[in-house]
Write a protein that binds this ligand. Structure first.
Ligand code: FES
Ligand code: FES
Length: 163
């Protein structure tokens, strides 16, 4: 029997009737059409599905949509400013070539934004450890790490010397 689930997604209140077994990632992609959140595995390992719930990053394939009832969800579509200005993390991924095919990128960006909330000056090792739950099959991770460190500098208002 369908259940009604209500939450705020990217600042907008949404309410839908869904099957109780609907995963949050399915809800976002299939019920709301927010396909920037990707599904890259069925084992909760790849991190392509990471979104924020109440400001914390979560793998949206690991929970039912009903578990986000009443929550504030942010997806990659909600990260840029309303006028389209990219979030500093998105801009840094672009500038430092932190993506190739882009499949892992939404999850990488959302995880990295959460990292900097808790640790605004991470070391390279801390960035690598934090992103252990996000798999990239293309980049070899170096440029992703560079992008996160650069975004951290940018967000702290520090200019990183050209490397
Ligand atoms: Fe969620 Fe891979 S799709 S971890
Ligand atoms: Fe292709 Fe990461 S850029 S999987």
């Amino acid at each position: 029997m369908p259940l009604t689930v209500s939450m705020t997604v990217n600042g907008k209140a949404v309410s839908k009737d869904i099957e109780p077994r609907t995963l949050l990632v399915q809800f976002l992609r299939e019920n709301l059409g927010l396909t920037g959140t990707h599904v890259g595995c069925d084992t909760s390992q790849c991190g392509a599905c990471v979104v924020h719930i109440d400001g914390k990053s979560v793998k949206s394939c690991t929970m039912f949509a009903t578990q986000a009832e009443g929550g504030e969800v942010t997806t990659i579509e909600g990260l840029a400013a309303k006028d389209g200005t990219l979030h500093p993390m998105q801009a840094a991924f672009r500038e430092h070539h932190g993506l190739q095919c882009g499949f892992c990128t939404p999850g990488m960006v959302m995880s990295s934004v959460d990292l900097l909330k808790n640790n605004p000056s991470p070391t390279e090792k801390e960035v690598r450890e934090w992103l252990e739950g996000n798999i990239c099959r293309c980049t070899g991770y170096h440029n992703i790490v560079k992008a996160v460190l650069s975004a951290a500098d940018e967000m702290r208002g520090v200019a990183r010397a050209a490397e």
